[in-house]
Design a protein around this ligand. Structure first.
Ligand SMILES: [Zn+2]
Length: 285
């Protein structure tokens, strides 16, 4: 039978799955990301062979961190220093003889959540809050793209923030005051000296306030119907954290309708499921 392969290539782990034509998962595999490009590509190919088993691979999709050129399929994920200007599409298409599509992980996660997470919204914003922070915006299921295909970087907006340790607010992009530097896993570690799961209630409240201010800006600019938030920090903070941020957003949003704000419905599989959506023949670019 025909199978479709999805890949979620992250800074700490790589997940691969095979699915049928309807997107139902058949088999899956995962390995830790290494520090060598050759090792990672070798692991990816062996996992693809494993999950495909004896079926015919008909399409492949992949989620990976930006920056990247989605049309040429050339990737340079910021948090994977060994991967620079890698022609991933050309490499995979010549190895597996089938179409290969790759996009920024947060765009791909948005597609997964939209297709399989029970989202019924024309204007849909998906946010990932994990090691870093990013978002993908869909209009009627189609990815919104900026100038020359640029990916909007919602994590690198400046907000009116609260922080008990202001000198530690330093974004990895080089700017001193980004939202990502306040609420991402790496940002939380720099500010509070511990991982998100170790935060006390007051510290969670501060992070929720800052997320809420970011949501307020995004709601004011995009006026989406729904904002879904996934990733380890969001899942760890849970419904209380998300709803505390929503209340901050609503308190400060005066002129546009407030979107629904919800926790991701797919948990840690959002980008992997989106990668399968990208592999299927009825995908929307
Ligand atoms: Zn930044």
């Amino acid at each position: 039978m025909a199978v479709f392969i999805g890949l979620d290539i992250g800074g700490t782990k790589i997940m691969v799955a095979a699915a049928d034509r309807e997107g139902n998962l058949l088999r899956r595999a995962r390995m830790a990301t290494s520090t060598s490009l050759e090792t990672d590509l070798g692991n990816i190919n062996s996992m693809v062979a494993e999950v495909a088993a004896n079926d015919q691979i008909t399409g492949m999709g992949a989620a990976i961190g930006g920056p990247l050129d989605w049309e040429q399929g050339i990737v340079s994920p910021l948090h994977q220093p060994a991967w620079r200007d890698v022609p991933l599409k050309a490499i995979m298409e010549s190895r597996w003889s089938c179409p290969f599509h790759v996009d920024v992980d947060t765009n791909v996660a948005a597609l997964g959540e939209y297709r399989w997470g029970g989202v019924f919204a024309g204007r849909f914003l998906y946010l990932t809050l994990s090691t870093g922070m990013g978002g993908g915006f869909l209009i009627d299921g189609k990815i919104y793209r900026g100038q020359d295909g640029a990916h909007p970087e919602v994590g690198h907006q400046s907000i009116h923030y609260r922080c008990s340790n202001p000198p530690a607010v330093q974004c990895e992009c080089g700017a001193p005051d980004c939202l990502e530097a306040l609420i991402s896993g790496n940002g939380i570690r720099r500010i509070y000296g511990k991982s998100a799961e170790m935060l006390n209630p007051e510290e969670w409240q501060e992070v929720a306030y800052n997320l809420g201010q970011g949501l307020r800006n995004m709601a004011a600019f995009y006026t989406p119907d729904v904002i879904r938030i996934g990733g380890g920090v969001a899942v760890g903070g849970g419904e209380n954290f998300i709803q505390a941020a929503r209340r901050v957003m609503e308190d400060h949003l005066k002129l546009v309708p407030a979107p629904r704000v919800e926790l991701s419905g797919l948990g840690y599989d959002t980008a992997l499921r989106g990668a399968i959506a990208l592999a299927l023949p009825d995908r929307i670019d």
